[in-house]
Design a protein around this ligand. Structure first.
Ligand code: TYM
Length: 334
């Protein structure tokens, strides 16, 4: 990239219903960052097959995610929006980096431990080496910044370690990236079990808000969110009793841009019923214009194909440059 703008890479897996957690933890930040950075935002379909996917659903979700990116306000002309499997360099670099990553490092990854407990019948090698593919995603674009939610920070730390290890042997091949989390919403919790992260693959649909849920369903889910019996609206960090209220305050703060303190002050003498109704309204009003744009995009498949085709061309050019550099360094004949 010719100017001084920093480079951003980030991605979401098309593995389930995109949630409010994905939006507040990642995509909302992408929108805020796009004006003064060069941004590459990918739909990482290769990551999603670490867990069995229905092929038709995977196809649909991949396009849904592209629509969501654009509907949330990411400009597809200014930024590179692409589908991971359209850029072969991701899988190619992942193989190389696998040979520079220790099994001990991969065994320590919290997400691997969690997912292998959840999918005991399919603890495949891809699930284990998935953070290496993620490292390849980031390092191919020489990204400075990776805006993600809190759960991905461990993978970014690993990416840095792999890159530093590789650079230590071959010179400055990779930029060392940094993770970047939002002030509010880096870890949105489950509405049903607020000490657990909100997850798009949760079996209980009441646990998460999908960006594509009907508005009345969203409101219902928030109104029935698990809280506590104290009846006090205040933010108490690290207090599990308050996990539900903390989460609703965080969500309210993230969608309105208001500080948690000012929200707490407003609800000092109000009950959970009023509070939840207002959180529900704030969330619905925030999502409403996104959904309108999303529905419009659903009418225009040719436009979406054009976006991801152009995105892949641009991404391939950048990624291939880094891959060639890596191949040369390690002694592959080009
Ligand atoms: P994924 O698809 O699980 O989640 C996408 C993004 O959403 C964030 N996120 C959350 N943030 C706040 N609260 C939550 N409850 C919540 N749940 C998810 C995630 O932190 C993430 O930023 N491995 C990645 C995808 C990926 C990637 C990459 C990300 C592949 N390659 C390169 C960045 C850079 C993943 O599974 O995210």
């Amino acid at each position: 990239m010719e100017d001084n703008k920093k480079v951003i890479f980030s991605a979401v897996q098309p593995s389930g219903n995109i949630t409010l957690g994905n939006y507040l933890g990642a995509i909302k930040n992408w929108v805020d960052l796009q004006n003064d950075h060069h941004c590459c935002y990918s739909i990482v379909d290769e990551h999603s097959i670490t867990v069995r996917q229905n092929p038709q659903e995977l196809k649909k979700r991949t396009l849904d995610l592209l629509k969501i990116y654009i509907a949330c306000g990411i400009d597809p002309e200014e930024n590179i929006l692409f589908i991971q499997s359209h850029v072969p360099a991701h899988a190619q670099l992942a193989w190389v980096l696998n040979c520079y990553t220790y099994t001990g490092e991969l065994s320590r990854m919290t997400q691997f431990k969690d997912k292998s407990k959840k999918h005991t019948d399919n603890v495949n090698a891809g699930l284990y080496t998935y953070p290496v593919l993620m490292a390849a995603d980031i390092l191919l674009y020489q990204a400075d910044l990776v805006p993600v939610g809190k759960d991905q920070m461990q993978h970014i730390e690993l990416t840095r370690n792999i890159a530093q290890r590789f650079n230590g042997i071959y010179g400055d091949v990779f930029k060392i990236p940094e993770g970047f989390m939002p002030k509010a919403g880096a870890k949105v919790m489950s509405l049903a079990e607020p000490t657990k992260k909100m997850s798009k693959s949760d079996e209980n649909p009441k646990a998460y808000i999908s960006m594509l849920d009907d508005f009345n369903v969203i409101a219902k889910k928030i109104k029935s969110a698990v809280t506590d019996s104290e009846g006090i609206i205040e933010y108490r960090e690290n207090d599990d009793t308050k996990a539900g209220v903390n989460n609703l305050l965080t969500i309210m703060s993230a969608v309105t841009g208001r500080s948690i303190d000012s929200i707490v002050a407003e609800y000092q003498s109000k009950g959970y019923g009023d509070f939840k109704a207002d959180v529900a309204e704030a969330v619905v009003e925030h999502i409403r214009p996104i959904r309108q744009r999303y529905d419009e995009l659903s009418e225009d498949k040719a436009y979406l194909i054009d976006i991801y085709t152009k995105g892949a061309e641009r991404a391939n050019r950048i990624a291939q440059r880094t891959l060639n550099k890596v191949y040369k360094k390690i002694g592959f004949i080009l």
